[in-house]
Design a protein around this ligand. Structure first.
Ligand code: SF4
Length: 214
């Protein structure tokens, strides 16, 4: 706190509003259009984001790297892949020399690429009909690690399966099952999933006696 201003809050508000501005725009009612980021992460979270959304809490500017790159159009590209009556929309952060590049922010550099990021990159390779891709992790203290990937058919089949599941559950208005993972600890729906509200009902002593006598 400096003077009368709470600068921490000011920064948080700036991060939140930039985050809102750059996040992929989804029409929640258009269930025939599925966005790639929705199916590589927890399907339950993506379902809630469409049906009863709650703002996500962003931790810092590094969380915005990928979104900012996409919005600056510095080599980023949007694409679509048709799966029968469903359109899958995906966006590559950059396409350079025929390789798809995806950036992800990280608190510390991972030893191995995170599964959902691999699925995202691999699906971009399918959408943009490319063979090779690179996944780059960047930390707040400017360290980076990169991993390369060649297009993998089996990995895409898993994404295709999840696209159909999300589409069906949205159609039937059924909440997807829990997908416990490291994603849960930063998820805005954590309480909804793991700390359900108690529906307490007060029963008076007379009511209780009445129940027993019946
Ligand atoms: S808390 Fe976990 S299981 Fe629940 S919606 Fe979030 S990521 Fe999915």
């Amino acid at each position: 706190m400096l003077g009368d201003r709470d600068y921490r809050q000011l920064i948080k508000n700036a991060i939140d509003s930039i985050g809102r501005e750059i996040q992929p725009k989804i029409d929640p009612n258009d269930i025939k259009t599925i966005h790639l980021h929705e199916v590589v992460r927890c399907l339950r979270r993506s379902y809630f984001d469409r049906v009863e959304p709650k703002d996500v809490e962003r931790r810092g500017f590094t969380d915005l790297v990928s979104g900012l790159l996409r919005n600056m159009k510095y080599g980023s590209k949007s694409g679509e892949f048709k799966m029968e009556d469903i359109s899958l929309n995906g966006q590559a952060d950059m396409i350079v020399d025929d390789a798809v590049i995806i950036f992800r922010s990280a608190n510390k550099l991972p030893e191995n690429p995170i599964a959902r990021d691999l699925l995202y990159l691999n699906t971009c390779l399918v959408i943009f009909d490319k063979i090779d891709g690179i996944l780059i992790y960047i930390t707040g203290d400017r360290q980076e690690a990169s991993f390369s990937l060649s297009r993998n058919k089996k990995m895409f089949q898993e994404v295709a399966r999840r696209i159909r599941i999300l589409n069906n559950l949205l159609k039937e208005k059924k909440v997807p099952i829990l997908e416990p993972s490291d994603e849960c600890s930063n998820c805005q729906y954590y309480e909804k999933c793991y700390l359900p509200q108690k529906t307490s009902q007060t029963i008076s002593l007379t009511e209780l006696v009445g129940i027993r006598q019946n």
